[in-house]
Design a protein around this ligand. Structure first.
Ligand SMILES: Cc1cc2nc3c(=O)[nH]c(=O)nc-3n(C[C@H](O)[C@H](O)[C@H](O)COP(=O)(O)OP(=O)(O)OC[C@H]3O[C@@H](n4cnc5c(N)ncnc54)[C@H](O)[C@@H]3O)c2cc1C
Length: 290
């Protein structure tokens, strides 16, 4: 299908991109990897007057580690993050989630910032960002601000980014000693969006859980933390019974959407199974990393 007519700008610096966003506001869309935006344009589901293509802004790409955080530039391709040894060593939950995104061809164009700015609630990276309390760095005409993941995702495909702001970087905390992680999902075929996904992280101090993080993809219009189950887990010793109870606590109150891939009740059952599976894998991994 042909794209609709749209004006095109290709800034070479972040400041130029921010100036263009400030000029066009809601009339503009940022073009990153185009793997979500171009289909939306072709299907006439997005109607920007101008595309601001940020592919030529070199300063937006790269992975670096400092002070216990890993910073990933917004234009870093998903496959570059997937191949990064820094990501594999310091943010294993992100490393586990990246290969589950679509297919290689998608990940070679799609960007980490694009996925997180698009904020599809069924996508892998938003669940990882929410589980790990990632930080979103945005730049606007008044300078930079840092948005915690809990405040970034506002609704279906909606974030708290303002129209004149560019997402420039996302920071993930490095996993410490004793932290084990696991990304679990059920999809109809490899490469499809998950029907339900789960990002899980457990930290063990001795034999007891000192930190627990569970974030679902695909059960509501934003990536959702299972706070009740996390509270239940902290201070306890990992066991099959504990993980069964956490699965019940995590899914008792959820009301997932139904669609042609599965009913709400089916998604709820899958979510409970993923919690049990994810916690077992994260606990095994945490023992290995002590
Ligand atoms: C066949 C197919 C299968 C897929 N499967 C999956 C999957 O299983 N899991 C998954 O998570 N994703 C999947 N995707 C989506 C893929 O991960 C996309 O790459 C991603 O959602 C968007 O990244 P992008 O860089 O392509 O962004 P674009 O499509 O360029 O942009 C997406 C949105 O984010 C905005 N945006 C992008 N970058 C910025 C920025 N720096 N600042 C402000 N706004 C910005 C754009 O304006 C647009 O609204 C799939 C895509 C396809 C085509």
């Amino acid at each position: 299908m042909k794209l609709p007519h749209v004006d095109y700008e290709a800034p070479e610096t972040v400041s130029e991109a921010v100036d263009l966003l400030a000029e066009h506001l809601d009339e503009a869309s940022v073009l990153a990897g185009g793997q979500s935006l171009i289909p939306l344009l072709a299907l006439r589901l997005a109607h920007p007057a101008v595309l601001i293509d940020i592919n030529g802004i070199d300063e937006l790409s790269g992975v670096s580690a400092a002070d216990g955080w890993v910073a990933i530039g917004a234009m870093t391709r998903e496959y570059v993050a997937e191949e990064s040894q820094t990501v594999a060593d310091a943010v294993p939950l992100l490393a586990a989630a990246l290969p589950l995104i679509g297919h290689e061809a998608i990940r070679s164009r799609g960007t980490v910032g694009g996925s997180l700015a698009h904020a599809d609630p069924a996508a892998e990276l938003p669940a990882v960002a929410r589980a790990l309390d990632a930080e979103f760095v945005v730049r606007g005409p008044l300078g930079e601000r840092i948005v915690p993941a809990a405040e970034w995702f506002e609704g279906y495909l909606t974030t708290s980014r303002r129209p004149d702001e560019l997402l420039t970087e996302v920071r993930f905390p490095a996993a410490g000693r004793g932290t084990g992680t696991s990304f679990q999902e059920v999809a109809r075929r490899h490469g499809d969006f998950a029907i339900v996904g789960l990002a899980a992280s457990l930290t063990l101090s001795g034999d007891l859980i000192s930190d627990a993080r569970l974030a679902f993809a695909g059960i509501s219009d934003v990536p959702a933390r299972a706070a009740g189950a996390e509270d239940l887990l902290v201070g306890e010793r990992p066991s099959a019974e504990l993980f069964d109870e956490a699965a019940r606590r995590a899914t008792d109150d959820i009301d997932p959407p139904a669609d042609l891939h599965g009913s709400s009740d089916y998604r709820k059952k899958v979510a409970a199974a993923l919690v049990r599976r994810g916690l077992r894998a994260a606990a095994d991994n945490a023992y290995e990393r002590q």
